[in-house]
Design a protein around this ligand. Structure first.
Ligand SMILES: [Fe+2]
Length: 243
């Protein structure tokens, strides 16, 4: 499996606090079948995390890769960010302050949980207009997605991909996110499932049970598409496929 959303860029946000914890998270993911992880710290969040791309973040990725090599944990670490999407996002991607997943055309973007639908669509459209394919992180967690039936179709029509959090499928983010994630699965509108892991204990990067859940409740092919095939296509800047 490949995990395109994980907070292992230690000491940058509310994810792994230090290198040791990040290594512990990757080791756990490896034991449970994950072979590649994008390090996606929150960034450009007003009043919270800035984390603009540069030497500090890059060095953390390099240090994490070296620590994994030393401990013989063969998990590929990809660069990325979980970008708080604003009207400035396209400009900041263009000038290098923000980066996409593994320097592909796919930026991972998030919104305020109470973002207005039209405002989200406008921001997503501005990214698509510049040639990006936004990967919307955990759409099932936004109020406008639970409240407006056509929101997920609108985002797909704009040209976005939708990344469900593994915890939502298990009901860990409340009823609304649970039902919204299940609806996305049933409508076959999900493009990827990721861990959005923040720690080795709670919200972990273990996606094995997620794979099993999707196999049991949907199909093996769907699990493979969401946890392996499409994530790989995104990281390699290839077109994704629908189920
Ligand atoms: Fe996240």
């Amino acid at each position: 499996m490949l995990d395109i959303h994980c907070h292992i860029c230690y000491g940058s946000d509310d994810g792994a606090e230090n290198l040791e914890t990040a290594v512990e998270m990757v080791a756990l993911a490896y034991e449970r079948g994950t072979r590649g992880i994008a390090a996606t710290p929150h960034c450009d969040v007003p009043g919270a995390y800035e984390n603009y791309w540069g030497e500090t973040l890059h060095q953390k990725v390099l240090t994490l890769r070296a620590a994994l090599r030393e401990r013989k944990i063969p998990v590929e670490i990809y660069t990325g960010q979980e970008i708080f999407c604003t009207n400035r996002t396209a400009r900041r991607l263009a000038n290098g302050e923000l980066i996409t997943l593994n320097h592909s055309r796919y930026p991972l973007v998030e919104f305020d949980f109470y973002e207005f639908a039209e405002s989200a669509y406008a921001k997503l459209r501005s990214l698509v207009a510049e040639g990006y394919v936004p990967v919307v992180a955990h759409p099932e967690r936004y109020a406008f997605v639970s409240e407006e039936e056509d929101a997920v179709f609108r985002m797909k029509t704009i040209g976005c991909l939708l990344q469900i959090n593994k915890g939502s499928l298990e009901g860990r983010f409340g009823r609304e996110a649970f039902f919204a994630s299940r609806r996305l699965m049933e409508l076959r509108l999900a493009d990827a499932v990721a861990s959005d892991a923040h720690s080795p204990y709670m919200r972990t990067p273990n996606m094995l049970h997620t794979h099993e859940l999707i196999c049991e409740e949907y199909s093996y092919d769907y699990a493979d598409l969401l946890l392996e095939d499409n994530p790989r296509r995104i990281l390699l800047n290839r077109d994704t496929v629908s189920y």
